[in-house]
Ligand binder design. Structure first.
Ligand SMILES: [Zn+2]
Length: 439
């Protein structure tokens, strides 16, 4: 059960930290880093082995700069070693799990303790409150059911920060009608879904949805789409950066001067090819260390996105001292448009797959829209998969037709492959459409 006092305490202390002098923040981050490294070494077999293999101790890593003594962790490493990654201090049966298919099409489970879950909730609220969200605002979030935010009993009784969720699996007419009925003060959703919703509002010539502000996330949003959404809904749109593994990590404040990093809960490194840290302005791979995941520490974990730092001298007018990311890239996968005009985003496929009966037998997949009426799925099954491919294919086609409401006018083909090639940018894109997208 959610401990509201603890969540409230977290929120209050977090709000204050956003204004601490940078040196004080850095000290705090270093302290938190040392603690989690010590904990990981002492209680998590996976990290114990890594430290031993490298012949180093947690005390050899005193600063963020020292972190490069440890290897970068990829999703595959975590998937392969999942049972060795959970701290012995916790009873795994009592832990919560969150599941991701991420932008790479590879499923991954992350374990959380109750305390971590409360911390994540408080952290999420910090940015929303900074943008002007009030406890009793009508807060409408458009996302997949698997990611609907939990609402506790007391939260519901007092009506404090209660999100009203709209499913991305509903067709756009239904989503639109629901949002219109809920009259949001704060409209929060995946970037491309907000765009699609704005297109629908424009088509209908409808002005009844008029939030005070909007929050987008999950996919990067281009300036054109952002301006369009803001124009249609007559409200500013603020972007946030989050992953399932780390929850929200960076966010735009009202100044929209880059993205403030949640510096007190994550170490966010930008790494260039040779393993060095990117200079401000230089593009780097985003590698994160959670300072709060004690049940399943994630240290130097690559989230498969790329970003660019602002120079440390760039100060935000809002007065918060959390360092800024200038850009986040790498989340703009392709969009599938079906013959009936419905739009399926990469994340929609990800969530659909999570409900598939043999989801955890799949190592990687890619959706290829070759023609408007042909979707091909390349599937790489995990080693030692003992489910018959024919059975998997039949079940998958049946599942996708049902969950995504795809009729016989679209052919679905499954092809089992040994490898899914990287795209030109070196990313393992989950969805590639050769049909022109929405405009
Ligand atoms: Zn700011």
């Amino acid at each position: 059960m959610v401990n509201y006092f603890r969540a409230y305490w977290y929120l209050n202390s977090m709000k204050r930290r956003a204004y601490w002098p940078l040196e004080k923040l850095k000290n705090h981050q270093r302290q938190m880093l040392r603690q989690i490294l010590k904990h990981a070494y002492e209680t998590v077999p996976f990290y114990h082995e890594i430290f031993d293999k490298l012949k180093i101790k947690p005390t050899d890593i005193k600063t963020v700069e020292d972190l490069k003594k440890l290897p970068i962790l990829h999703k595959d490493d975590v998937r392969r070693n999942l049972d060795k990654m959970i701290s012995r201090v916790y009873d795994v049966k009592k832990l919560k799990t969150v599941s991701t298919s991420g932008s790479t099409g590879k499923p991954l489970r992350v374990y959380l303790s109750e305390v971590e879950d409360e911390f994540r909730k408080a952290k999420h609220l910090r940015a929303n409150i900074a943008l002007g969200q009030k406890p009793r605002d009508r807060w409408v979030t458009i996302s997949a059911p698997i990611h609907f935010r939990e609402v506790g009993r007391l939260q519901r009784i007092f009506g404090i920060y209660v999100p009203r969720s709209v499913s991305v699996f509903d067709d756009i007419a239904k989503q639109f009608a629901t949002v219109e009925r809920l009259k949001p003060d704060v409209l929060d959703g995946y970037s491309n879904f907000l765009f699609v919703l704005a297109k629908e509002a424009e088509k209908k010539g409808c002005h009844s949805i008029s939030p005070r502000f909007m929050i987008s996330g999950a996919e990067t949003i281009d300036d054109h789409s952002r301006s369009f959404i803001e124009k249609v809904f007559h409200a500013p749109l603020f972007d946030q950066y989050a992953t399932v593994e780390f929850e929200r990590m960076a966010w735009q404040c009202r100044e929209k001067n880059g993205y403030h990093i949640d510096f007190d809960s994550v170490v966010l490194e930008l790494i260039v090819k040779d393993g060095e840290v990117a200079h401000p302005g230089e593009i780097g791979e985003i590698v994160c260390t959670s300072l709060f995941n004690y049940a399943m520490p994630l240290i130097r974990y690559s989230v498969d996105d790329i970003g660019v730092y602002y120079d440390e001298d760039v100060k935000c007018k809002c007065g918060r001292t959390f360092p800024l990311l200038k850009r986040i890239e790498g989340r703009s996968d392709s969009i599938v448009v079906l013959p009936d005009g419905r739009i399926l985003l990469p994340l929609t496929f990800g969530w659909s797959m999570e409900f598939y009966k043999y989801y955890f037998e799949i190592d990687q997949y890619r959706v290829l829209q070759e023609k408007l009426d042909l979707l091909k799925l390349l599937v790489k099954v995990r080693d030692n998969c003992n489910v018959d491919e024919r059975v998997m294919a039949d079940e998958l086609i049946k599942h996708l037709r049902s969950i995504l409401n795809i009729g016989p006018e679209v052919a679905l083909e499954i092809k089992f492959v040994d490898e899914i090639p990287l795209d030109k940018s070196g990313k393992l894109r989950k969805v590639i459409s050769k049909v022109s997208g929405i405009s």
